[in-house]
Design a protein around this ligand. Structure first.
Ligand code: SF4
Ligand code: SF4
Length: 347
C-alpha cells in the first residue's frame, strides 16, 4: 500500500485557508463555536478545529443527505405537466474538523445510496465535498467508536486527516486523491512534512474502552428475531426518533408531494425514522411493526445485522449521539453489551 502523503500546517494557516477558499467561492463548513451544529462560515476566525470538543448535537450528514430536499418541481400546463429540476448549483465545499465517527459515516451511507439505485443527489454532494477529518481526543461515557472498528485516529471517510502536533500545528495526511488534489491546489497552506515535523505529533488519543463485540452482537441477532429483550428495551422508547435524526448513519427518508396551489408543486425527500409508528404503516391500515418493541428491534437489527448482511459493515460509528440525547436514557451500547452477555461472551 502506498504511504499516505504527509504535510504540516498550523492553526493560523488553516484560518488563512478559509479566507482563500471564501475568495474562491467555496462553501466552508465548520462546527459552530458553541459546538451544537456544523455551520457555514466565511471568516477564518470562525473556524473551530478542536480535537477535545464533544461531538456536535447533529452530525455532518445533512450536508450530504439534507433534512429536506426537492427532487423536482411540477407545473401543469394546457397539454400536461412540466417537470423542472431543482436549480441547486452545488459549489465546491470543504467540511473542516470532522471527527472520525462522523467522517466514517459518509462511505457507510454511500453503500445504501449506491445499491440498486445511484442517488445522484447524495453522490454529487460527496463528490463536491472535501472532508477534512481530525483526530479526536474527546471521550465520554456515551462514546464507543472502538467497539465499531474505528478509533480516535481513523481516517475512514476523510479526504485530508489532521493530527494535532506541538505549537498549534497539525500533521495533515492526504488520504484520498481528492484530498491530495486539494492540498496541492492550496499548497501555500500546507508544507511537505519531514521527519522532524512528524516528531512534533502529540501522543495518540486513547479513545473509549471497547464496550462490546459487534460480531457477537450480530451472531446473537441472527437467531433472536423473537426475544423477550425487545419488550424490555422497546417498551420505554417514546418513538421520538431523536436517535435517528442525530445519527450520522441513519438514512430513512420519506418522499411526499407538496402542492403550492392549484397547478404546481414539488416532490420532496424528507428525513424519516424507523421509530415512528407511521413509518411502516400501509395504506390499508396494517402496520407490520405495530408496536414500539418491534420498531426498536428494527433499529438494533438494522445497525448490527441487516446492514452487515447486505453491505458487509455495521451501520454505527459509535458516536454516542443516540444515547446522549435519548429523553428516556436508552443506551445502545448497553443493549449491545447485554446482547453480548446473552451470547455468553465476556467482553
Ligand atoms: S431517542 Fe430514545 S425514545 Fe426517542 S426514538 Fe430513539 S430510543 Fe426511542
Ligand atoms: S447508532 Fe447511535 S452511536 Fe451509532 S452512529 Fe448512530 S447515533 Fe452514533
Amino acid at each position: 500500500m502506498q504511504a499516505m502523503k504527509q504535510f504540516i500546517t498550523t492553526d493560523e494557516k488553516l484560518r488563512q485557508l478559509v479566507h482563500a477558499l471564501s475568495k474562491n467561492a467555496w462553501n466552508i463548513i465548520s462546527a459552530g463555536k458553541e459546538g451544537t451544529n456544523f455551520i457555514y462560515i466565511n471568516d477564518g476566525k470562525d473556524l473551530v478545529i478542536n480535537a477535545d470538543s464533544k461531538p456536535t448535537k447533529l452530525s455532518a450528514k445533512e450536508f450530504f443527505f439534507p433534512k429536506t430536499e426537492p427532487l423536482f418541481f411540477y407545473k401543469k400546463n394546457h397539454d400536461g405537466v412540466d417537470l423542472l429540476d431543482p436549480k441547486d448549483v452545488l459549489r465546491k465545499t470543504v467540511l473542516f474538523g470532522v471527527k472520525p465517527c462522523d467522517a466514517a459515516a459518509v462511505p457507510v451511507m454511500g453503500k445504501v445510496f449506491n445499491w440498486d439505485y445511484k442517488d445522484e443527489f447524495f453522490n454529487r454532494r460527496v463528490e463536491q465535498t472535501v472532508i477534512i477529518g481530525m483526530a479526536c481526543s474527546y471521550s465520554d461515557v456515551y462514546c464507543f467508536c472502538t467497539s465499531t472498528g474505528l478509533s480516535p485516529e481513523s481516517s475512514k471517510g476523510s479526504d485530508v486527516f489532521l493530527k494535532p502536533a506541538q505549537n498549534s500545528s497539525y500533521i495533515a495526511e492526504a488520504v484520498t486523491p481528492k484530498g491530495e488534489a486539494f492540498v496541492v491546489e492550496f499548497s501555500s497552506f500546507f508544507d511537505a512534512a519531514n521527519e522532524n515535523d512528524v516528531k512534533l505529533l502529540l501522543n495518540s488519543p486513547k479513545g473509549p474502552e471497547k464496550k462490546f463485540d459487534a460480531n457477537q452482537v450480530k451472531q446473537w441477532l441472527d437467531g433472536h428475531f423473537e426475544d423477550p429483550l425487545w419488550n424490555e428495551v422497546g417498551e420505554t422508547c417514546l418513538g421520538c426518533a431523536q436517535c435517528a435524526f442525530t445519527c450520522p448513519t441513519c438514512h430513512c427518508f420519506d418522499i411526499v408531494d407538496e402542492s403550492c396551489g392549484y397547478n404546481c408543486g414539488r416532490r420532496v425527500k424528507n428525513w424519516d425514522g424507523c421509530q415512528f409508528g407511521l413509518f411502516t404503516k400501509h395504506a390499508s391500515g396494517h402496520n407490520p411493526r405495530g408496536h414500539q418493541p418491534e420498531r426498536y428491534r428494527q433499529r438494533i437489527s438494522h445497525k448490527f445485522k441487516y446492514y452487515q448482511d447486505k453491505f458487509g459493515e455495521i451501520l454505527c460509528t459509535g458516536c454516542g449521539r443516540c444515547t446522549r440525547g435519548c429523553p428516556v436514557g436508552i443506551d445502545i451500547a448497553e443493549i449491545a453489551q447485554e446482547i453480548n452477555k446473552r451470547n455468553s461472551v465476556l467482553v
